[in-house]
Design a protein around this ligand. Structure first.
Ligand code: NAD
Length: 249
């Protein structure tokens, strides 16, 4: 896999789980990493993990929904590190299982604001620089639930399906600037989002339904992100790569 040396990478929701793992892996490969999250302790933790590896790193604590604050902070980071070459739209929320009737306006709006609007906010903040360079990579984070649905969580499924739709649309819109847009759609990966205490029995039962017989690990997703961020994927755009152990094919 090619080096990420000289590239500036922004990862949203990088204070935990998959985003943190992406930050560490891309920093290991020489990227300058901008670590963004709403959770300041998480940002601190990730900064301490990347500081030894990353050529340069930069911390941003803010809400990915807060357009002006987010954009201002990214502009400050880009004045320091240079324009963002690779954006990983990773910040997301899930929720407990809910029926259609239980999903009220507020719950629905929050789900779409973080997962979908957040991707727009971050993308708009970095797009000008990518267009100027005629080079860019945008990697969105969908989910197997955005591909296959589930019986109780249509707000999460539809937000993740929206990310697949916008990946395809942005890929076509941004191709003239050599900006490639792809998505990862993780299967079951233990992270603070999914690894809730007391769920061990449910997870063990669920593993029996996964053709490979077990959950994935964060690196299974980070390697897909690293591929989309690299020169090796230069002819790949509008695609969804779903490391999921065969559960959704
Ligand atoms: N872990 C899985 O099995 C799995 C499966 C499919 C998809 N995903 C997706 O992968 C992404 C990462 O999930 P994870 O499992 O690492 O979860 P996580 O909860 O560990 O990480 C999500 C991060 O996003 C941050 N975040 C939440 N709202 C934010 C906001 N408004 N502004 C900025 N940051 C915000 C959180 O603080 C957290 O650090 C999410 O988009 C999730 O939907 C995860």
């Amino acid at each position: 896999m090619s080096s990420m040396e000289g590239k500036v990478v922004l990862i949203t929701g990088a204070g935990s789980g998959l985003g943190q793992n992406h930050a560490v892996l891309l920093a290991d490969r020489g990227a300058n990493v901008i670590v963004q999250d709403i959770n300041s302790d998480g940002v601190k933790e990730t900064m301490s993990l990347v500081s030894g590896n990353s050529a340069k790193s930069y911390a941003i604590v803010c809400d990915v929904r807060a357009t002006d604050e987010f954009t201002n902070q990214i502009n400050d980071a880009m004045r320091d590190l240079g324009n963002v070459d690779v954006l990983v739209n990773n910040a997301g929320i899930s929720s407990r299982q809910r029926s259609i009737e239980e999903i009220d306006d507020e719950i629905l709006a929050e789900m779409f604001d973080v997962n979908v609007k957040g991707a727009y906010v971050a993308t708009k903040a970095v797009l000008g620089g990518m267009k100027e360079k005629n080079w860019g990579r945008i990697i969105n984070t969908a989910s197997i639930f955005g591909m296959a649905g589930t019986g109780a969580g249509s707000h999460y499924c539809s937000a993740k399906a929206a990310l697949i739709g916008l990946t395809k649309a942005w890929a076509k819109e941004l191709a003239p600037w050599n900006i490639l847009v792809n998505a990862v759609a993780p299967g079951f990966i233990p992270t603070p989002m999914t690894n809730t205490p007391g769920k061990e029995a449910i997870r063990a039962e669920r593993n029996k339904t996964i053709p490979l017989g077990h959950e994935g690990e964060p690196n299974d997703i980070s390697h897909a992100v690293a591929y989309f961020a690299s020169e090796e994927s230069k002819y790949v755009t509008g695609q969804v790569l779903s490391p999921n152990g065969g559960i959704v094919i």
